[in-house]
Design a protein around this ligand. Structure first.
Ligand SMILES: Nc1ncnc2c1ncn2[C@@H]1O[C@H](COP(=O)(O)OP(=O)(O)OP(=O)(O)O)[C@@H](O)[C@H]1O
Ligand SMILES: [Mg+2]
Length: 251
């Protein structure tokens, strides 16, 4: 489904942290991009590049030092509630309550989003199917494996069916099967017309999954484009070479 509708717009996002030991840390130094409905946009960059910080600003968890962003037309500064209703955010520290079962956990978050019980039960069953959680759906979260927990975390992130998904390293640390299942889920979301923003430092994953890629290094976007555009600009057909050249230009 191709729709040229901008769902995420980052405009000059900047984030500085005041760190007791390091002094001022310029984690994000001016990031701008747009991402459309029906598109997977990947932020690709090394450790410490500013990926998580950028995503947390988009998800309204952090207030930008400068610049702003809109999610489905809602400004994260002036209308954070509107932005939050339109997005689901998966981060490395998305918590689960050990004493609740996977099903109870997802249902609990659905209630927080104000879904009525009827709709919610259908939605929870649907997510159980889509993420292939059948064999552990009734098990307590405390007893789940890393990959199983990640599926529950993703389900809880999208239970309100938002148009924008912001996923911080959704497949990090997962085995081939679990990660393939999540990749399939992300592709299905694109097919439904969602806008997916994800971060990764995995070149292969970025290349396989993303329609457009922003290469982030030292808090700025060194290059943005579709794979074809990046390959042409850097005269190569290897994303790793693109990455090294783009990063070299800003080093
Ligand atoms: N709360 C904070 N206080 C001080 N510095 C921070 C804080 N959060 C992040 N930073 C710093 O900002 C920079 C960017 O961090 P960030 O977590 O955004 O990187 P990342 O691209 O997500 O890296 P990774 O691939 O390791 O997850 C790093 O130098 C980090 O140490
Ligand atoms: Mg990170």
């Amino acid at each position: 489904m191709v729709m040229e509708r901008v769902l995420v717009r980052a405009s000059g996002l900047v984030k500085h942290f005041q760190d007791r030991k390091r002094g001022r840390v310029e984690a994000v130094r001016g990031i701008s991009f747009e991402a459309m409905a029906g598109e997977i946009f990947g932020l690709l960059g090394p450790n410490g590049a500013g990926k998580t910080t950028a995503l947390r600003m988009l998800a309204t968890i952090l207030t930008p030092t400068d610049g702003t962003a809109t999610i489905n037309g809602c400004d994260v500064r002036s209308d954070p509630d509107g932005a939050r209703r339109s997005l689901g955010f998966l981060s490395g520290d998305t918590g689960l309550y050990g004493r609740l079962s996977a099903r109870e956990m997802i249902t609990y978050f659905g209630r927080l989003y104000g879904l009525d019980d009827n709709r919610l039960n259908n939605r929870v069953d649907e997510l159980g199917d889509k993420l292939d959680m059948g064999d552990f759906f009734e098990r307590r979260c405390a007893k789940l494996s890393t990959g199983q927990k990640q599926k529950v975390s993703i389900a809880r992130t999208v239970v309100h069916d938002p148009p924008v998904l912001i996923l911080d390293e959704p497949t990090a640390g997962l085995d081939v099967l679990a990660s393939r299942n999540i990749v399939t889920f992300i592709r299905a979301a694109r097919q439904e017309g969602k806008c997916v923003i994800l971060s990764t430092h995995d070149m292969g994953e970025a290349e396989r999954l993303c329609d457009r890629i922003g290469i982030i290094h030292n808090g700025i976007l060194a290059a943005v484009g579709s794979k074809a555009e990046l390959f042409e600009r850097y005269r190569t057909s290897d994303l790793e070479a693109v990455f090294l050249r783009a990063v070299g230009e800003t080093a």
